[in-house]
Design a protein around this ligand. Structure first.
Ligand SMILES: [Mn+2]
Length: 325
């Protein structure tokens, strides 16, 4: 791919502000991608602003944003004029995890399998990539733009996070990006921020997960009593996937309005996104990649813990043709 950035820049009007939006309850990869893109466009003379829907629930990510001085705010705290040009990153416009905002949707940059054909001028969707940050790494490299230490460290963190330190969904390009970013950015800071994402107060969640876990063959289903952040749920999923006997994990917890779930797969025959679509067809929304995914089910449609567990078991067995799309 030659210079993708130039193609994007040609579609943008330099007179109108550019809003870069990360997916709701963003993770490190989403914030890093948004930050790197905004800096790149600023360098090209655009007026940019970063935002996300929901809140930042990860303390590790909050620390990273502070340490790298990333200016990003929630959609609610971001004035977005109607003439704003919207670029959505690490997610899909119109998806349930992307809050609708004013302005014109100009571009999507993502690495998730798209739920439908994107309806905008510019779509750069690279499903084979482990991290969206890797796409931004290529924009800098191909455009010959020198990246700042802050951008390099942010992108490094995005790549490390989404690939679970180069052990999950890694593509050739992620490795190339990692090779350069590791030397270019501050890997010690990035590693410290990522590896200290749990705190003592999260131990109760792990205790409950161990107590609540139902294992059938290699499928571990964990219904947590109480409300937990997506990050803690994801880490619980990773922990259980680390058990030798377990190859597929679902962690679910409910709050006032909805149940949220996090999914991990170590089995290429059961990609998270495909299994999720089958399991929650008609009752909720969700998606993801081969190895990780998640979603939500409104409280009034929740089939109960056992009902949801059975839906996943049925989804494993569904023939390919019945994939609910
Ligand atoms: Mn990502």
């Amino acid at each position: 791919m030659s210079d993708t950035l130039s193609t994007l820049v040609k579609r943008l009007d330099p007179d109108d502000p550019v809003i870069v939006q990360a997916h709701d309850f963003p993770d490190h990869d989403a914030v890093a991608t948004a930050f790197a893109l905004a800096e790149l466009l600023r360098e090209r003379g655009f007026q940019t602003r970063l935002c996300y829907g929901g809140t930042i629930q990860s303390e590790s990510l909050q620390d990273a944003i502070k340490a790298l001085e990333v200016e990003i705010a929630s959609v609610a705290d971001t004035p977005i004029p109607p003439e704003a040009q919207l670029i959505v990153v690490d997610g899909f416009a119109g998806n349930s995890n992307m809050t609708g905002v004013p302005g014109r949707l100009l571009a999507v940059i993502d690495h998730h399998p798209p739920p439908w054909k994107p309806d905008c001028d510019f779509a750069d969707i690279r499903v084979g990539y482990g991290a969206c940050s890797t796409i931004l790494f290529e924009y800098y490299r191909d455009a010959g733009v020198e990246m700042s230490d802050r951008v390099a460290t942010a992108l490094l963190m995005g790549v490390m996070m989404d690939t679970a330190f180069m052990t999950r969904g890694v593509s050739r390009m992620d490795l190339d990006a990692f090779d350069v970013l590791f030397r270019r950015g501050d890997w010690q800071l990035a590693a410290r921020l990522l590896k200290n994402s749990l705190s003592l107060s999260d131990l109760a969640a792990f205790r409950q997960a161990i107590d609540a876990c139902v294992v059938a063959r290699d499928f571990s289903f964990i219904a947590l009593p109480g409300e937990y952040s997506p990050e803690v749920m994801a880490l619980i999923g990773d922990f259980f996937l680390g058990l030798r006997e377990v190859r597929f994990v679902v962690v679910v917890s409910g709050d006032r309005d909805e149940y949220r779930f996090s999914v991990r797969s170590g089995d290429d025959e059961r990609p998270c996104d495909v299994i999720i679509h089958r399991a929650i067809h008609g009752i909720g929304s969700g998606g993801g990649h081969m190895h990780m995914g998640g979603g939500s089910i409104p409280r009034d449609l929740y089939p109960g813990d056992e009902g949801l567990r059975k839906r996943f078991i049925n989804a494993f067995e569904a023939p390919e043709s019945s994939t609910a799309e």
